[in-house]
Design a protein around this ligand. Structure first.
Ligand SMILES: Cc1cc2nc3c(=O)[nH]c(=O)nc-3n(C[C@H](O)[C@H](O)[C@H](O)COP(=O)(O)OP(=O)(O)OC[C@H]3O[C@@H](n4cnc5c(N)ncnc54)[C@H](O)[C@@H]3O)c2cc1C
Length: 409
């Protein structure tokens, strides 16, 4: 039997077989650490809690190329204001892919295994203790409890993970509720996603992501602090009342995804013998809710730092702080700017959004968006807008933001 039901011992144990877990394990193994990933479900990437829209940069960070698990190449977006007006952004270049997340996750896990990481699926972490300077994870595998020792535990256990809590770490700043269906849809452009903003989606936005020319993933996220209704109730209302949905979406669905999106990273992501990464650490873009890119990027650093710490014998929080510093240096500012944009957008009302979309549709602004718009790094575009647009043009954005800051909370 491959996994004897006795105590096991590794340099690194990664809890969670999602993108952050697979990437951190891969980089830990690449750096010479004996690494194990445990995943509570019996198959990685399942159940899916994702739309499967990942940027081209995500594939670069993950070191994988397009494959049969890519359904569509996305070059742009149609963005709809509450009054029905819309702008189209993008161009010729492929900026993102619509993927089968299950296959995507399995690809990442296979890569980790190819670097020497071991994988135990159907294994759930149920407790974490300190014993003789080591971390000891209590797990349930095939219905039986066992213990696994680790120099360092990486908590890549997602938004509802336990490792951060068991290690005395804090919480993410906010959690959004999301729901999505896959259904028949009369897709206008298979290379464009559709985005809908306004009061129908309090605190976030709705999306239509094409899977084929007649199927799409239609979903939305809401900020529970801004609505009494569930995300599901909002989606049902959106499908029933939005004119474009009424005209293009079929009834019923072939798949439904329900999940949470954590926003605003934890103030500290390490403790003695523990690092947390991905959704568990709030490493998610607050402007789009996408977590695969940021999670993978930070997880690489987690794997490297954990491996060096475990192999050097110093797994103290001080030694592991290198991870916290390095990931914040890489994306901390982007997440902070994204959080500010998210907060301002959450306060806008329908007319604000109409005004904002009109402003973004002005040729000079549209040109900047098309040139510098980056789903992973929206702060780059903001910087260009501030630097390159004359003060008069920017007034539109500032007016909307100012109104929101002053009047609505
Ligand atoms: C509706 C919706 C749509 C989304 N769409 C997109 C999108 O289009 N693009 C994008 O980039 N992001 C999207 N996201 C976010 C994205 O899915 C997450 O950011 C991403 O999956 C985070 O990866 P992760 O590895 O940190 O966590 P996860 O993918 O959640 O993986 C965590 C893993 O840990 C396992 N686990 C948890 N606890 C334990 C335990 N105790 N023991 C063992 N295993 C455990 C879980 O089973 C899970 O497999 C979406 C999210 C939602 C809710």
């Amino acid at each position: 039997m491959k996994y004897p039901l006795a105590d096991l011992s590794y340099d690194i144990v990664v809890v969670g077989g999602g993108p952050a877990g697979a990437m951190s394990a891969r980089y830990a193994a690449m750096n010479g650490a004996r690494t194990l990933i445990i995943e509570e479900h019996r198959a990685a990437g399942s159940p899916v809690q994702c739309t499967g829209l990942v940027s081209s940069k995500t594939l670069d960070v993950c070191g994988i190329r397009s494959g049969p698990w890519v359904y569509q190449e996305v070059t742009g977006a149609h963005i709809f204001a509450p009054d029905g007006s819309n702008i189209s952004i993008g161009g010729e270049k492929v900026r993102a892919y619509v993927v089968d997340r299950k296959m995507f996750d399995r690809n990442l896990l296979r890569q980790a295994a190819a670097e020497g990481a071991e994988v135990m699926i159907g294994t759930k972490a149920v407790g974490l203790q300190d014993v003789d300077g080591m971390k000891v994870l209590e797990v349930v595998y095939s219905g039986r409890k066992m213990r696994i020792k680790a120099g360092v535990v990486i908590g890549a256990d997602g938004v509802q993970g336990s490792i951060a809590r068991w290690s005395g770490l804090g919480q993410v700043q906010k959690v959004l509720s999301g729901v999505q269906i896959e259904t028949v849809y009369d897709v206008a452009d298979t290379d464009h996603v559709e985005v809908f903003v306004g009061r129908a989606v309090p605190g976030f936005f709705a999306w239509v992501v094409p899977v084929s020319d007649n199927t799409a993933r239609i979903g939305l996220c809401v900020d529970p602090a801004r609505t009494q209704l569930s995300a599901y109730e909002h989606l049902m209302q959106f499908l029933a009342t939005n004119p474009r949905m009424k005209a293009r979406a079929g009834s019923g669905c072939s798949d439904m995804v329900v999940g949470c999106i954590p926003l605003g990273p934890q103030s500290c992501t390490v403790s003695n013998g523990v690092l947390i990464s991905g959704d568990a650490a709030g490493q998610v873009k607050p402007t789009s809710g996408g977590g695969v890119y940021m999670g993978a990027l930070c997880a690489k650093i987690a794997g490297e730092v954990a491996a060096h710490a475990a192999l050097s014998g110093d797994t103290s929080a001080e030694a592991l702080m290198e991870y916290d510093k390095r990931w914040r240096h890489a994306v901390g500012r982007e997440l902070a700017v994204g959080m500010r944009i998210h907060k301002v957008f959450g306060r806008l009302d329908g007319e604000d959004f109409n005004e904002l979309i009109r402003f973004c549709g002005e040729p000079e602004v549209l040109e900047l968006i098309n040139q510098y718009g980056d789903i992973d790094h929206p702060s780059v575009l903001l910087g260009k807008l501030v630097a390159r647009t004359k003060g008069k043009k920017l007034l539109g954005v500032f007016r909307v933001a100012l109104k929101a800051m002053m009047g609505k909370e």
